[in-house]
Design a protein around this ligand. Sequence first.
Ligand code: COA
Length: 201
Amino acid sequence: MNRLIIIGAGGHGKVVADNALKNGYTNICYIDDNAKGDVIGFPIIGTSTDIECLNDGSTDFIIGIGNNAVRKMIAEKYRVNWVTLIHPSAQIAFNAEIGKGSVVMANAVVNVCAKIGEHCIINTGAIVEHDNVIEDYVHISPNAALGGTVHIGDNTHVGIGATVKNNINVCSECTIGAGAVVVKNITDNGTYIGVPARKMD
Ligand SMILES: CC(C)(COP(=O)(O)OP(=O)(O)OC[C@H]1O[C@@H](n2cnc3c(N)ncnc32)[C@H](O)[C@@H]1OP(=O)(O)O)[C@@H](O)C(=O)NCCC(=O)NCCS
């Protein structure tokens, strides 16, 4: 099995490492621009300036950074073997599609005909129901629930415990606050909170 380099050794990067272990990776390292030493037993072997030379043909890469814009910037900058990690406890329908560089965490559900883009995070216990389309660089936070046939535009962050009603479109570059309930289409980018969700002033 290839070595796995996780870019970003913060909180999300730690959860990615656990996911990688459960996918059989035994040689796991981090690179991080702000930390040194090791994190939960895995060494930090360099910074982002080392990515090109660490890309030796037998190394897989994954981005362990929760911020969508930062993930996008890194993914677009480097041509490396981005892998997809699906925690063994996640429930993925037989015909669901999950793009490269995306991670699906413990107990998440991705139901039939759902399509997840590249470098997305489907976080712990999130529910992505049937026929959803989740564009690239989206983060669906822990315990968020998306009803059937929801569309989430690229770079949008759906906060922890938020709910999106079935058949709803949320445009790109939005933040849906923790616990918000989205019951109408969102067509203007921005931050939305509350029940029902409304744009923050
Ligand atoms: C919505 C959010 C982005 C706003 O962040 P912010 O701009 O820094 O806002 P602040 O924390 O300064 O709060 C501003 C006001 O909005 C309220 N507010 C913040 N988040 C809220 C939420 N999710 N629902 C309802 N009200 C909220 C605050 O209570 C505060 O109200 P006040 O002015 O009456 O005191 C953020 O609170 C949030 O919910 N982020 C999602 C976090 C998440 O899910 N992380 C998952 C990590 S895995």
